[in-house]
Write a protein that binds this ligand. Structure first.
Ligand code: SAH
Length: 272
């Protein structure tokens, strides 16, 4: 195969067969399930998925790789290749016949906005398995009172149950990335775990509180929520953002009356 990895498309191809096998065995794909793979690349995960008999849709941005995939997998009738940008792809349109399962070894520069783009359509999604930078997986899964707990943890845990599956060392890829990777499983909640009146307000409170994470809530949220309101909710105003749960953030955000219109939570330039 003569494809030269393109840095701008975040291409790091999986080449360690033990990792590929572990990933495939942990997803427990069943024949005839409907799967979407994002960024199939040269097909490291695509091939075993096709062999497992699932109905597979893949979304690949690099047209050279689309051509390569068409050629490589032309004997399979359970594959549909979409030559498209996953960030702009309408995943809900694929789910006309029920639930979707999602897998991807994502380009790390777009992984967070992409996950939130998919979660906006999460009603049709059963679960998602992503290979991400380990640091990002740690933040997604972090619990209160830890250093990694932050905006990404709270917003992601509002949408899904999160589970770290295993770490993947840099040598498992070609070219070798600089960072450690890990696999996370995300299972969108069918019923939200907490009552949130406005997701935009939740995002505003969480972003504001963590943007000065060393400050107490009384100080960091001063412009949004007064101290007495925090006390009334049973939330100690001298705690910091990293000490309070998703449920507390939800209660705080529900006290804000004016609704922020902006609902784009994470974009490509976002600082987490
Ligand atoms: N899954 C393969 C490839 C991983 S590299 C493997 O494990 O070996 C990441 C892949 O995502 C590349 O194929 C890259 O071209 C593709 N990609 C990058 N940005 C994308 C986007 N916005 N939408 C869809 N695919 C994208």
């Amino acid at each position: 195969m003569s494809h030269i990895a393109r840095k701008r498309f975040g291409q790091n191809f999986l080449q360690d067969h033990r990792i590929i096998d572990s990933m495939i065995s942990s997803i427990e794909a069943q024949p005839n399930e409907h799967w979407v793979e994002i960024g199939p690349g040269q097909g490291a995960l695509t091939e075993p998925l096709l062999k497992s008999g699932v109905k597979l849709e893949v979304v690949e941005l690099d047209r050279d790789l689309v051509t390569l995939l068409q050629e490589k997998f032309k004997q399979y009738d359970n594959l549909r290749i979409h030559s498209a940008d996953a960030l702009r792809f309408d995943f809900s349109a694929l789910a006309v016949n029920g639930k979707l399962r999602v897998i991807g070894n994502l380009p790390y520069n777009i992984s967070t906005p992409l996950m939130f783009h998919i979660l906006a359509n999460s009603a049709c999604i059963e679960d998602m398995f992503f290979m991400l930078q380990k640091e990002v997986v740690d933040r997604i899964c972090a619990e209160p009172n830890s250093k990694k707990y932050g905006r990404l943890s709270v917003m992601m845990q509002y949408y899904c149950a999160t589970e770290w599956l295993f770490d993947v060392p840099p040598e498992s890829f070609d070219p070798v990335p600089k960072v450690m990777s890990a696999i996370v499983r995300l299972v969108p909640h069918t019923v939200p775990p907490v009552q949130v009146d406005s997701l935009a307000n939740l995002n505003t409170v969480v972003t504001t509180a963590f943007s000065q994470r060393r400050k107490t809530l009384r100080n960091s949220l001063k412009k949004l929520i007064d101290e007495q309101t925090m006390l009334d909710l049973g939330i100690n105003p001298v705690l910091r953002a990293e000490n309070i749960s998703l449920s507390d953030f939800a209660k705080l955000s529900n006290t804000i009356v004016s609704v922020t219109q902006d609902t784009v939570f994470f974009d490509e330039a976002d600082d987490l």
